[in-house]
Design a protein around this ligand. Structure first.
Ligand code: ADP
Ligand code: ZN
Ligand code: ZN
Length: 736
């Protein structure tokens, strides 16, 4: 009994001939048994090639075999892939996530091995060297440039030669054919820049120093802890967690930084580069296959030291992760809403716990969940209450749209219009925030009242005048704006209702002649490159005014921007989302934070019909904590998260009757009890989405209830309906 039991992390070796379980990245629950081939032994976490029916697929060794497969049915593992094994903590994290989200383990594993090519070592490429003796050839200027470049140089690929010698690839081939170059085989070696931990950061304020000291200590001790950096925009949170990154770099560990919208993080990357003298590895959906491959492998080898990414970076196979940072932790973008439905912020805390490492959550408007965790002492709280170097917080005022309305058919109140002309006149910049893409959210017929709706979704078609179409924002359906009403055939009878960013731009052109302005919406800012260009133009003062949707709300720092106008502050408060107030507060607070980031004070005007609403009151008085208290109380009383737990079940399919029947069946088999409640089925707000009919059920329990077994049993006892899908969303964040 005195023997130390083997810890779950200890690798076990499986000798040739033994059996192993192999988890495949497919939407299946458990692992399959295979026999270890006579030629090699295996270890847990090894990536392997295995037969699956007629196919060959990749998988990961996931412990000893269950042993219930007949010896003669058992297939051999084909080979072990030449790739670092998936670490034990990554495997446990995948198990944990699958179990928590009620998703198949294989689906979660798939997120961790999303780059199949990366499992094989890089393939050799053809490169060229100059021959020792130059044959007698015709010399052209291009050929001479290449020969000079290659003189004694390292082997280079055709692309590299063509780029560096400014020639076409054909010239390289010509020289090879003429015998002036020889081919060699080259393993491409990615350039890895190591961030330099020894470059000095700024001298920290006392509060920053305390927070940074604690984080550095947590990294050095290599213990699990969660810290919340709570501070207004510009209070220096980034500088604080940069110190923690320094500590991780010093102990040769890796850091993961998750940002809500990595595509828009140009400024963050620039700051990182300025501080550490090197680029971090980045991970998001906009990478090329080759970039993914290289980065995945560098992460697995522990050579990518700092990875900054969108939520999916959490599932990268870190070899030695020592620190996680979640910036803008309250952001809804951390929730993945399809496939494996998970909240990357919450799962990151789990990842940190399993890896016994510190995690830092940073936000100016932390989520209620996180605030409650900080007040109960589960998370360590660090306040950074003032802007660095005493920069002023913007002055926030409401424009009462009942008392001071815009002229008919316009969207800018006189007060906001004045402020805009004044600010631009003073040589400063304005941001107008309107979370509505396109020209107008709705088009209708003046004669008969016909409204243009998406045939596949419960949604209006949004007019995009620049693109010349009416478009659904949910499924991509679009039509050209018709000349006459499809219903009553009246001509010239269609009118645009309500404002979108394009329509607002039209109004500004009449307000400020020759205005230099730009629209920033996901329609035109689609890539990190486009975002970087936007940032450059604003910083260079090439524009006076930016009309933006939520994509400009976050993180940006523009010193000349002194006025923020919110066109419709009430927009997010509509609808039945339990987090509507919290979200609206966070969004508007973030937007307001864009004003006055330099030495000039900023001001914010909120156009609202709901000046007395607690959200507006909190913004106007600057009393965030009062708002949090009110919200906390309301959530506690209604047993909403974080005081109760929610699980959403979304039933969907193309056949409405079967969807209804399936939803009814779920209602009949629903669990019951004193501490739980099942609401629904009800048509989802998007009762039709991308051609699928949708119904929702909501399970509400107290905090102590383990909802996973409850839901698992519930689904198990419910009859299935053909072609109807049931999606489970644990801790739902949105209710569309
Ligand atoms: P946050 O992350 O809270 O928005 P940042 O870390 O981006 O704040 O800081 C805002 C600005 O103030 C940045 O330009 C940053 O470099 C600067 N800054 C923050 N802390 C210090 C400091 N201690 N000394 C000098 N500059 C600082
Ligand atoms: Zn009509
Ligand atoms: Zn649609």
């Amino acid at each position: 009994m005195s023997e130390k039991p083997s810890t779950p992390g200890d690798p076990i070796r499986y000798p040739p001939g033994s059996r192993v379980a192999v988890q495949l990245p497919l939407p299946i629950g458990g692992a399959y048994d295979y026999r270890v081939n006579a030629q090699f032994s295996l270890t847990d976490g090894d990536f392997v090639k295995v037969p699956l029916g007629p196919r060959i697929t990749h998988g990961v060794v996931w412990g000893p075999a269950a042993g219930d497969v007949d010896e003669n049915k058992l297939k051999d593992v084909i080979s072990r892939l030449d790739c670092p094994p998936l670490p034990a903590v990554s495997r446990r994290f995948i198990d944990w996530t699958a179990n928590y989200t009620l998703q198949a383990k294989g689906s979660v594993l798939k997120m961790a091995m999303s780059v199949r090519d990366a499992l094989d070592p890089p393939k050799p490429v053809t490169a060229y060297l100059r021959t020792a003796e130059q044959p007698d050839i015709r010399l052209t200027p291009a050929r001479i440039r290449i020969l000079r470049l290659m003189d004694g140089g390292p082997p280079r690929t055709t692309t590299e030669i063509a780029r560096e010698a400014a020639t076409s690839p054909g010239v390289v081939k010509g020289l090879y054919d003429a015998g002036a170059l020889v081919k060699v085989s080259l393993i491409p070696e990615p350039t890895v820049f190591i961030p330099d931990a020894n470059r000095p950061g700024p001298i920290l304020s006392d509060k920053q120093f305390t927070a940074a000291g604690h984080l550095v200590d947590a990294v050095v001790k290599n213990q699990f802890s969660v810290s919340l950096l709570d501070g207004v925009p510009g209070s220096g949170k980034t500088e604080v967690y940069f110190e923690a990154i320094t500590a991780a770099l010093r102990r040769d560990g890796q850091t993961l930084v998750l940002l809500p919208e990595i595509a828009l993080s140009a400024q963050w990357l620039a700051r990182f580069r300025a501080r550490f003298g090197a680029d971090p590895a980045v991970w998001h959906s906009d990478l090329t296959m080759a970039q993914r491959r290289t980065t995945w492998r560098l992460v697995a080898e522990g050579r990518a030291r700092v990875v900054v990414g969108a939520r999916s970076a959490l599932f990268l196979p870190f070899r030695q992760l020592d620190l996680i940072v979640i910036d803008e932790e309250h952001d809804g973008a951390f929730k993945q809403e399809d496939g494996v439905i998970y909240n990357a912020r919450d799962m990151a805390v789990v990842r940190a716990r399993l890896g016994k490492i510190p995690i830092v959550l940073a936000s100016a408007t932390p989520s209620l969940e996180t605030v409650v965790n900080a007040t109960t002492g589960r998370y360590r709280l660090f306040d950074l209450p003032v802007r660095h170097a005493g920069a002023q917080l913007p002055n926030i005022k409401a424009v009462d749209m009942l008392k001071d309305p815009p002229p008919r058919g316009r969207w800018l109140s006189p007060a906001l219009a004045d402020a805009i002309t004044q600010t631009i006149g003073a040589g400063e910049q304005v941001l107008l925030f309107l979370n509505r893409r396109g020209y107008a959210p709705l088009t209708l017929c003046r004669t008969c009242g016909h409204r243009f709706q998406c045939p596949r979704c419960t949604a209006w078609l949004v007019e995009h005048r620049l693109a010349g179409r009416l478009q659904c924002h949910h499924c991509g359906f679009h039509i050209s704006p018709p000349q006459c009403c499809p219903e009553c055939k009246s001509e010239n009878s269609l009118v645009a209702c309500g404002p979108g960013v394009e329509r607002l731009a039209e109004e500004l052109e009449t307000l400020v002649p020759d205005i230099r302005m730009t629209i920033a919406a996901s329609d035109n800012i689609q890539s990190p490159k486009a975002a970087a260009e936007l940032v450059r133009r604003i910083e260079a003062h090439e524009v006076d005014l930016i009309i933006g949707t939520q994509i400009v709300a976050k993180g940006y720092h523009f010193p000349l921007l002194t006025l923020v106008g919110v066109i419709d502050a009430d927009l997010g408060l509509q609808g039945g989302d339990p987090r509507a107030a919290e979200r609206t507060f966070q969004l508007l607070y973030q937007v307001a934070g864009r004003a006055g980031r330099g030495d000039k004070p900023g001001r914010v005007l909120l156009q609202t019909y709901l000046q007395q609403h607690p959200v507006m009151q909190a913004l106007l008085s600057g009393d965030r904590n009062a708002f949090i208290e009110t919200e906390t109380k309301a959530r506690r009383e209604s047993m909403m998260p974080p005081f109760g737990r929610l699980v959403s079940l979304i039933v969907s399919g193309t056949h409405e009757t079967s969807v209804d029947q399936a939803a009814q069946a779920l209602a009949r088999t629903a669990p019951s009890g004193k501490t739980l409640q099942v609401l629904g089925p009800a048509p989802a707000p998007f009762a039709l989405l991308r051609g699928r009919h949708r119904r929702r059920l909501l399970l509400k329990t107290n905090r102590e209830t383990a909802v996973q077994p409850l839901v698992r049993q519930w689904l198990a006892r419910t009859p299935r309906f053909k072609k109807v899908r049931i999606q489970v969303d644990i801790d739902p964040m949105s209710f569309f």
